[in-house]
Design a binder for this molecule. Sequence first.
Ligand code: F6P
Length: 535
Amino acid sequence: MAGQPAPSPVAARVRCDHTRAWAALHAHYARSGQAFDVRDAFAADPGRHAAFSQEAPHVFADLSRHRVDAATEALLMDLARECGLPAWRDAMFAGALVNTTEQRAALHHLLRNVASASVDIVPSATEFIVNAQQEVAATRRAMLAYAEAVRADERITDVVGIGIGGSGLGPAMVVAALEDIAAPAKRIHFVSNVDGMALGSVLHGLRPRNTLFLIASKTFTTAETMVNAHAARDWFVAQGGGLPIDRHFVGLTTHLEAARAFGIATTFGFWDWVGGRFSLWSAIGLPIAIAIGADAFGALLAGAHAMDEHFRHAPLERNLPVRLGLLDVWYRNFHGFTSRCIAPYSHGLRRLPAYLQQLEMESNGKGVDWQGRALPYATAPVVWGEAGTNGQHAFFQMIHQGHDVIPVEFIVLRRGGRDLPGHHPRLVANALAQAQALMLGRASADGHRHFSGNRPSSVLVLEQLDAASLGALIALYEHRVAVSGMVWGINSFDQWGVELGKQLAANIEPRLATGDTTGLDASTAALVRRLGRKV
Ligand code: F6P
């Protein structure tokens, strides 16, 4: 691609623990933060709900049940400014090499800038950005045309997406969320795990002539995806009676030559400045486009773009990704909370917790700063969850009465989807009741029945689960992660922590066949002997 991305803006970066605001936040925490009680705060301030709630594109957020007051937020904003957040954000949008360990930009926002043929959208556009915008627009046009052709092709009844991590979780989550508007004549399947049961159970009952395989891999080298892709191809060749592979396999990748070497003729590319976990907006989103069509895919992008614009231009104090990202810092580094629960009160959003686990924990689960120096403070919390009301009958006991304080994120829709009478009000009532119970608690002399209350939660409200709101919600989370990662001084866009396990697995796999345990630690050697073929 012509042009060069702007250099990294790290020079302007200040690590959070080197700021005045960090020390001031510690003092504030000791003075009033630690003992802060949300119930007292509501009693003292009739305007609290309004002050700690806000509208952002497609999302209303009630943050009033959190352990923050105006002074806390003011200090967190000071922290963001001292760390250089606004300049860093602008540099990221302008294409600077914010992924410093890989010398890459993080320009996923360009993918949803649908009017991106126009340079004014990014006033500071460099030649690199302008070229990228043009390539994005051309690829999107081709991919959406292909998606529409597949939708119109009655012979294709089953689409199998093979991809893992960022090449699987995003499309699977969005397709599940928007199944109400998906083409009824297409079944979309996803296979990630290298466990043969995953692919085997999908292939069972499929007919090659009615099946389209989408092999999604940024690198086209990921072991799990390659094993599944080869197995799918073997099945297709064995069962297909001479059907052409190149009409039934599509590659979604930055490594087009590797896809061609595999035997794939139809490919849709993307670029190294799209991180895997930020890639559902790119060609990786083809299963989504096939499911919901080009117009709805455009609405998904437009919703995300609206959130991008909010993040870029809203004042920090009313900037939802900024407020949420800073809240995450406040809870992790001052209150010491170790996890956050995602509770979507929406069956459609049932895959959101899994998607957010990669987005947040792969981005911000880091122990060194951008210069590789060990951090003296914690970073990403554990992110976990389950759709409501299922979670209520599983782990909410612990959130109400367990020792740890676990902030909960309730996601609630004003209007339900394909609803049966009476279901949606009951679902909403449960979400509100849980948030209320967590905050208010209930005093009882009987310890078993005592609820301490003052347990924090957010309520994020979407008008309904449509493509635009979903796009905005996902982009909100992406930017929130970028904000907390920036303040923590880490590189949110690399993932070196997954490398070691990949290498060791490649070393262990042949040993399971040969039984050779030479040089292995005693524990692994014993397990290789137990699990290997020679047992
Ligand atoms: O888990 C590591 C990782 O590199 C993720 O970041 C990525 O989303 C996933 O593997 C899949 O990678 P690829 O798209 O290259 O197959």
